[in-house]
Design a protein around this ligand. Structure first.
Ligand code: RRO
Length: 326
């Protein structure tokens, strides 16, 4: 039996639930030497700002024993160059495109949404959670009121046919409070999680390793945190589609996020050492779903929230491939 790998992010249907994660593959072009980006569920672009931006001082990356720290600081070409070069390339490549935007304030987010109004954008990811901004006051996702303000303004300025996903930070006391605030403000879905704020000290210089002092931690070490966030947010706002990410390296990891409530997943840090990881993960996920008796991705979304009895009843009702394979 063939597996139905399709899924959706609000109104947007995807051929499969595996996307790139923002910031780990620019606008997808550099991955196209390894595979056809149209074979992905979608490409999530590096967060783009209004103006070209050189980012934070170097060094901008640090490897730690338990993950990667980045302090890029929103380096990018600015929205005009992005539309002319990157978005047009993604369109001709035939990829589903999730454009990530970032602003210093609500007006900048609104200007970006307006510039993208008539562009080939499938989903707009509103990055309100970059940890590498000038001040913590700019991490809108740490405050429900600031988050809601940005999201409602972006929702009003964005093409109504384009769903907007708010990208949230795990560095908060209660992520469900932020999730409810952005849902009430008009977010069509939520991307979670951004990196965790971290620090590394170089023992030779006895100074912070990163030029920007602090950085965002990513990789498998943050996976349980990300999974917990997806679980909690799915429970709090079950009707809202979630794009889950944080340390996904294998199809089994991706399945965990889907069972916790994600409709799709993004693969980020893994592509630095295995650029083909997203494509491999699509195949692995399909096999993992089949082994457990699922016939579609949709059946598995949020399945971990069912009781053992409910799970067994569902799988038994689906004979002849009933039951959970070991
Ligand atoms: O550019 C960055 O430094 C950056 C961004 Br915009 C983000 O959202 N998350 C991150 O870890 N780094």
């Amino acid at each position: 039996m063939t597996m139905d790998m399709t899924t959706s992010l609000a109104s947007v249907e995807l051929a499969n639930p595996v996307l790139t994660a923002s910031g780990c593959a620019a606008a997808g072009r550099e991955l196209s030497q390894f595979f056809d980006v149209a074979d992905l569920g979608g490409v999530v672009t590096k967060s783009i700002m209004l103006k070209p931006r050189s980012g934070r001082p170097t060094p901008r990356m640090a490897e730690t024993p338990s993950g990667m720290l980045n302090s890029i600081g929103l380096q990018g070409p600015g929205i005009d160059s992005f539309i002319a070069n990157d978005l047009s390339w993604l369109r001709q490549a035939g990829a589903r495109t999730v454009v990530s935007i970032a602003g210093h304030n609500t007006d900048e987010f609104v200007s970006l949404a307006k510039r993208l109004y008539h562009q080939p954008v499938d989903v707009l990811e509103v990055n309100i959670s970059c940890p590498n901004v000038e001040s913590r006051g700019q991490v809108f996702a740490c405050d429900p009121i600031a988050s809601a303000r940005v999201i409602s303004a972006v929702r009003r300025a964005t093409n109504p046919n384009v769903p907007i996903f708010a990208k949230l930070s795990p560095d908060v006391t209660d992520i469900t409070q932020i999730a409810r605030a952005v849902a009430d403000a008009g977010a069509d879905g939520i991307s979670l999680i951004n990196t965790l704020l971290g620090l590394d000290i170089d023992l030779d210089t006895m100074r912070p390793t990163l030029g920007g002092t602090t950085g965002g931690l990513s990789g498998p070490a943050i996976r349980p945190v990300a999974l917990r966030c997806v679980w909690q947010v799915h429970q709090a706002v079950p009707q809202l589609p979630l794009l889950g990410m944080g340390g996904i390296r294998t199809g089994q990891d991706a399945l965990q996020f889907i069972l916790a409530g994600a409709s799709a997943v993004s693969v980020g840090t893994a592509v630095f050492h295995d650029p083909t990881a997203p494509i491999r993960i699509i195949a692995e996920l399909e096999a993992e779903l089949a082994r457990r008796g699922f016939r579609s991705v949709a059946e598995a979304v949020g399945f971990a929230h069912l009781s053992a009895e409910e799970q067994a009843a569902f799988l038994a009702s689906r004979s002849p491939v009933a039951g959970v394979a070991s």
